[in-house]
Design a protein around this ligand. Structure first.
Ligand SMILES: Nc1nc2c(ncn2[C@@H]2O[C@H](COP(=O)(O)OP(=O)(O)O)[C@@H](O)[C@H]2O)c(=O)[nH]1
Ligand SMILES: [Mg+2]
Ligand SMILES: [Zn+2]
Length: 325
């Protein structure tokens, strides 16, 4: 019996001209039809890792005809020169924000940016504090307190010893998950500890910068032998929101809600206004100063975001990963 001409598969990697598509364990390189680039609208890449696609198996190469409707996605502003949305991943059950406690130092700014985006795109998120073995100052406890207060689950791991890795594995079983974090925090190391057969390349810490080198260059969806999928994303340099208004940004910092009723102005931006309930809560220690600082930085950025009517560069912008760190 011959195979059906059209099959649905899962995109596990996107390169400049081809997508690697998984059909129940069999991976094929497929070429997107040109029409997909015509209807992408505000999105820079019509196909992202995690997308389910309908493929015409008849040609060589097989051709992607259609991207099936997404359950959800995580996107960001492509760059300061390109106002379109870059979709980083599609159809994910949970995003794990991976941070390290040292080498490199934990970045609340990076964490808060991604967490805000997860709120915006309705992607459930957890925080993983890796390199717990290097936490000589006991920073993990206060970071944990900050994020648990927002209702975000916090896991502590050490890829080197395997501490906390079973708890992480439990959360990955049977789901599509994504790992997001700066380069060098230990994403590939954690994946190798979760599943040693992966043998992903692990970066050497550069002594000069004391930061990780960029070794993962593409987002890729990895099949887990205990069931489920995980996307290893390369760190992107800066995570900026795509087309959010200041009012929408306020909503992404969920802990502000219970204090903004005390603001003198109902549309208070919590930036410079007198009698601001949110700023008062920061002063009383009820909102973490690091969170407020992240908010103010993102607010300033939205106010100077590139206009949507700026001509977009004419690249075909297909890689899902963004520019390297
Ligand atoms: N001490 C310690 N080092 C780790 C841990 N996890 C990863 N590393 C080291 O951190 C460096 C970067 O790891 P890598 O997995 O490549 O990070 P990635 O860029 O996020 O994929 C490597 O030298 C790892 O050996 C950990 O839990 N503890
Ligand atoms: Mg890596
Ligand atoms: Zn206010």
């Amino acid at each position: 019996m011959s195979e059906p001409q059209f099959q649905v598969g899962r995109v596990i990697r996107t390169d400049a001209k081809v997508c690697h598509v998984d059909f129940d364990g069999k991976v094929l390189q497929c070429a997107p039809r040109g029409k997909l680039f015509e209807v992408r609208g505000l999105q820079r890449n019509p196909i992202a890792v995690g997308d389910m696609v309908r493929v015409d198996m008849g040609g060589d190469p097989a051709a992607i005809e259609e991207v099936l409707p997404r359950r959800n996605r995580l996107g960001r502003l492509s760059s300061m020169h390109d106002p379109r949305e870059q979709v980083l991943v599609a159809n994910v059950d949970r995003l794990f924000i991976i941070g390290s406690l040292a080498k490199p130092k934990f970045s609340s700014n990076r964490t808060d940016r991604v967490l805000a985006a997860c709120q915006w795109y309705s992607v459930p998120a957890s925080l993983v504090l890796n390199k717990i073995d290097l936490d000589k100052n006991g920073d993990a406890a206060s970071i944990r307190a900050t994020y648990e207060a927002l209702g975000v689950e916090v896991l502590e791991t050490c890829a080197a010893t395997g501490q906390g890795v079973d708890a992480l594995r439990e959360r990955l079983v049977g789901r599509v998950s994504a790992f997001y974090g700066g380069s060098g925090v230990g994403k590939s190391s954690l994946l190798n500890t979760l599943q040693p057969s992966l043998a992903l390349k692990v970066g050497k810490i550069s002594k000069f910068w004391d930061q990780g080198k960029h070794t993962t260059t593409h987002s890729q969806l990895i099949a887990l032998d205990f069931g489920g999928w995980v996307i290893d994303t390369p760190g992107v340099r800066t995570f900026r929101l795509h087309r959010a208004s200041p009012a929408e940004l306020r909503g992404m910092f969920t802990e502000f809600a219970r204090f903004q009723g005390a603001c003198r102005f109902p549309d208070c931006s919590h930036d410079h206004e007198p009698e601001c309930g949110v700023f008062a809560a920061v002063e009383r220690g009820q909102i973490a100063p690091s969170r407020f600082a992240s908010y103010i930085e993102m607010l300033d950025e939205l106010r100077t975001a590139p206009a949507a009517d700026v001509d977009a560069p004419a690249d075909d912008g297909q890689e899902a990963g963004g520019e390297p760190e």
